[in-house]
Design a protein around this ligand. Structure first.
Ligand code: DX5
Ligand code: ZN
Length: 215
C-alpha cells in the first residue's frame, strides 16, 4: 500500500490546526525540522510538535535536518513524534547506531535520510535496525523545489535491497513530489510519498491525497 505524508512546511502557520485537519485522511503527517546549520533554513521545533501532538492522532513523521541529532532524540520523542528520521550526513559515524538505539529506546520508529549526493552504500550497515529510509529527491532545506530525476536509480537500488533484507522497512521520498513524480517514484519502489506544496496548494486536499496514493 502506498502511503502519503503531507509536509506541514507548506501549511499556513496562522491556521495550522485547520490545515492539519484538512489532510487527516493521509497516512503520516510529515514534520520538517531545520536548524540553520545542517541546512541553511530554520523551520520549527519541539514546542510546535507538542502543539501538533495535542490536536491530531495522525502518525507524526519527524524529519530532522539538524546537526548531531542524537542530542535531540529524547526531546522530539517526548514531544510526541512517532517516527524520527535523521540525516546520516549529520551524525558522526560512531554515533549513528547509537542514535537509532536511542530512538528505539523511547519506543519510536527510526529512519535514516540520504541527501541526493550520499551513496546507498552508507546506509547498508544500519539497514537491519531501520523502520524507514528517506531518499531526498531535492537538496534538503526548502519546500517547492524541482524533483531530481537522477534519484530514481537510488530508489530502485534501495527497493531491491529492502525487499531482501528488511521488507517491512518504509522507503520514503521527499521533495518535488506531485502526481507525475509520485507515479515514477512508486514505479521505482517508493511506498511513502512526502508532499508539501502539491497537497497544500491543491483545491481539494483529500481528493489529491487519494490521487497521490493511486486510488
Ligand atoms: C525539504 C523538506 C520537504 C519539503 C517538501 O527539505 O524535507 O519535506 O517540505 O516540500 P515539497 O513537497 O513542496 O517539495
Ligand atoms: Zn522532509
Amino acid at each position: 500500500m502506498i502511503k502519503v505524508a503531507p509536509s506541514i512546511l507548506a501549511a499556513d502557520f496562522t491556521k495550522l490546526g485547520e490545515d492539519i485537519e484538512s489532510v487527516k485522511s493521509a497516512d503520516y503527517l510529515h514534520f520538517d525540522v531545520m536548524d540553520g546549520s545542517f541546512v541553511p533554513n530554520i523551520s520549527f521545533g519541539v514546542p510546535v510538535l507538542e502543539s501538533v501532538r495535542k490536536i491530531t492522532d495522525m502518525i507524526l513523521d519527524v524529519h530532522l535536518m539538524i546537526d548531531t541529532p542524537i542530542r535531540y532524540v529524547q526531546k522530539f520523542a517526548d514531544a510526541g513524534a512517532d517516527i524520527i528520521t535523521f540525516h546520516i550526513e549529520a551524525e558522526k559515524e560512531e554515533y549513528i547506531q547509537k542514535t537509532i538505539n536511542e530512538i528505539n529506546k523511547y519506543g519510536k520508529k527510526a529512519g535514516i535520510s540520504l541527501r541526493p549526493d550520499t551513496p546507498v552504500q552508507k546506509i547498508i550497515p544500519f539497514l537491519d535496525s531501520l523502520d524507514l529510509i528517506l531518499v531526498m529527491t531535492v537538496e534538503p532545506g526548502y519546500g517547492g523545489q524541482k524533483f531530481l530525476d537522477e534519484m530514481l536509480p537510488k530508489i530502485s537500488e534501495l527497493r531491491s535491497i529492502i525487499n531482501i533484507r528488511k521488507p517491512d522497512c518504509d522507503l520514503e521520498v521527499d521533495g518535488g513530489i506531485n502526481i507525475e513524480t509520485a507515479r515514477i517514484c512508486v514505479e521505482a519502489g517508493a511506498n511513502v510519498l512526502v508532499a508539501g506544496e502539491d497537497i497544500f496548494h491543491s483545491a481539494d486536499r483529500a481528493a489529491h491525497i487519494k490521487e497521490l496514493r493511486g486510488h
